[in-house]
Write a new protein. Structure first.
Length: 281
C-alpha cells in the first residue's frame, strides 16, 4: 500500500535489460549470453519446407537457450551458501540436481511488490558510471538519500544505480571484462548488514551483475553480502537491472520513490529466473 501511495504520475518504466544485443549481453564471467535461433520463418515457406495453414496463415517461431541468471533476474535464496547450509538452515545437498529447498519458485509465486526507492550513486558522485571496485558504504547510501531529498523507510525495496553496465555497451565486452572482474557497489560491513536487518529491506536491486562489489577489499572474501544478506537474512537479490531510464526520469522530476513490482518466471527447482520489473511513478 505504501508503494501504491507513491504513484503520482502514472509513468511506467521497465527495468529489464534488453536480451540479444548485437554487441552481446553482460553476464557473470563464465556464463554465456542468451542464444536465440529461428526455428521457422518466411524462408521456410519460400523453400517449401513448410506449407501454409488452412486459410493461408503463416508464422515465425524461435527458440532460446540461456542461463536463468543470464540477464535481469532474481536469485533464489538458496543460490549461494557457506558452511554447507543454505538460507533457513537447509542442508546444501538439497541443491543436488535442483533446488528442493529455497528455489526461485516461491518468489515467483508471491512476486515482489512494494515501495521502491532509487539511490542514484553515479549521479550523486557526478559520473556517468562508477569505476571497477568503487565501493558504497552505509554512510554513502544515507548521504545519497539526503541529497535526493528522500529517506529510506522500513520495508523499502532498495534500488541502487551505479551506471556500471552502461560501460559494457559503451566500451564493448572485451574491455569490460579485461583484467580482474571487480564490480563497484555495496561494501560489506557489520553496520550495513545490521541496517538491512533493522530496516527489514526485502529486496535489493542494482545495475550490476552481483549486486555488490565483487571482492571485499579488507579481507579478499568474494561476495560476502550474498552470504550476509541473502543466505543469512533472506534478502531477495534482483540483479542486472537497466536503471538508465529510471535514473534519468528521477533526475528530471525529482521523484525517487514509486511502486515497484516484479515476478520472476515460475521455474521450479531453479537457482534463479529472468524478470522484467515494472516501476510506476
Amino acid at each position: 500500500m505504501r508503494g501504491i501511495r507513491s504513484v503520482k504520475q502514472g509513468k511506467v518504466i521497465t527495468l529489464g535489460m534488453a536480451i540479444g544485443n548485437k554487441g552481446g549481453d553482460p553476464v557473470w564471467p563464465g556464463r554465456s549470453p542468451a542464444m536465440r535461433l529461428m526455428t521457422q520463418d518466411k524462408s521456410y515457406y519460400v523453400s517449401g519446407k513448410l506449407t501454409q495453414m488452412a486459410g493461408g496463415l503463416e508464422y515465425a517461431d524461435d527458440f532460446v537457450a540461456m542461463y536463468l541468471q543470464g540477464s535481469t533476474q532474481y536469485d533464489a535464496l538458496g543460490h549461494t551458501w557457506y558452511d554447507d547450509k543454505i538460507w533457513n538452515g537447509y542442508d546444501a545437498m538439497t541443491t543436488a540436481g535442483g533446488m528442493e529447498k529455497d528455489s526461485v519458485y516461491p518468489i515467483a509465486e508471491r512476486g515482489v511488490v512494494g515501495r521502491g526507492i532509487l539511490l542514484d550513486a553515479a549521479r550523486a558522485r557526478g559520473v556517468d558510471a562508477m569505476d571497477k571496485g568503487e565501493v558504497l558504504n552505509l554512510p554513502d547510501l544515507l548521504d545519497i538519500a539526503k541529497k535526493q531529498g528522500v529517506s529510506v523507510e522500513k520495508h523499502d525495496i532498495l534500488i541502487i544505480r551505479t551506471g556500471f553496465l552502461s560501460r559494457f555497451f559503451r566500451d564493448g565486452a572485451a574491455k569490460f571484462y579485461e583484467g580482474a572482474f571487480v564490480e563497484p557497489g555495496l561494501n560489506y560491513s557489520k553496520e550495513l548488514v545490521n541496517w538491512f536487518y533493522e530496516m527489514e529491506i526485502p529486496a535489493l536491486c542494482t545495475d550490476t551483475i552481483a549486486n555488490e562489489t565483487t571482492v571485499h577489499k579488507e579481507t579478499g572474501i568474494a561476495l560476502p553480502l550474498h552470504a550476509a544478506l541473502m543466505r543469512n537474512l533472506g534478502v531477495a537479490l534482483n540483479e542486472i537491472c537497466d536503471l538508465e531510464e529510471l535514473g534519468q526520469s528521477c533526475a528530471e522530476d525529482g521523484q525517487y520513490t514509486f511502486l515497484y513490482t516484479a515476478a520472476p518466471i515460475k521455474f521450479k527447482y531453479a537457482t534463479g529466473a529472468p524478470v522484467n520489473p515494472v516501476v510506476i511513478k
